[in-house]
Design a protein around this ligand. Sequence first.
Ligand code: DOR
Ligand code: ZN
Length: 347
Amino acid sequence: MTQTLTLRRPDDWHLHLRDGAMLAAVAPHSAQFGRAIIMPNLVPPVTTGAQAAAYRDRIRAALPAGAALDPQMTLYLTDTTDAADVVQAFRDGIIRAVKLYPAGATTNSASGVTDFPRVQPVLEAMAEAGVTLCVHGEVTDPTVDIFDREAVFIDRVLDPLRRRTPGLRVVMEHITTSDGVAYARAGGDDLAATITTHHLVINRNAILAGGIRPHYYCLPVAKRESHRLALREAASSGDARFFLGTDSAPHPDAAKLQPCGCAGCFTAPNTMSILAQVFEDEGALDRLEGFTALHGAAFYRLPANEDRITLTRRDAPAAYPAQIAAGSEVVTVFDPGFPLYWHLEDK
Ligand code: DOR
Ligand code: ZN
């Protein structure tokens, strides 16, 4: 029996497209999204409006003809970010947001913020101009257990930052805990949270039980099952504070399958098929459109996409490649561990 779901075209409010051969390989897999917030953690990072504009041009050139994707650029906040450049790039329509990585928290975050008092004037200028701050919410203190780093970040960094910067619009990126869900729920209209596809599917056992599985290693690292269930409840609740940010983060297999492998799950190719199954399992297919196409646009004060996509549930699972080629490398596609009966039509 087939079942059809027609949704407004989804947006991806957190995406890594990289550059060069990797960009060329992965961009077509996100072409079905209407808009995507593009992460700036290139090497070197995207730190100025001019660099963001040039990167946007490279992304557009890498997209196939007719792609829906409109890249929404971000700047990488550093200790030396120029507040005037941020505000100008925002007013010129070059950037949609600024990304805060605590220095050393994750892939290519070495240039991140080390000195919060130094960036306070930038945060205040952003609050005034209405520029959103997207936050990687993990402390980097080596004495804090990696599974506690999100909860500790909320107490030690995020809550004080929001209190001293009234009016700053903040997105807690890729929340992974019930603590993150609770904090987002307790905020006002200026706070929201993205949730990835993979954190709705895996808990930490996927990475560690029965052998170590590097393709499920990402940051923030997946937590215990109770947290995954809290994320599923939040995503499927209809609460507009929660929306999709896939954090699709491609790395060559050669960089993941190492004694010290990279963090990141590449979910762009099969995200919508996975999400439809997750929402079906939650009895919440009627809320998939809110999570993927309405809540994020509303937070970013943008109109929802007018065009539609179709997902069809068929008896035979959709086929996705296990890997894609990227130049001379391969990138493994996230395997959710269950068959994907929801087919995204006309990718
Ligand atoms: O797993 C992750 N991969 N988490 C991040 O925060 C960064 C990302 C990447 O750039 O690979
Ligand atoms: Zn990310």
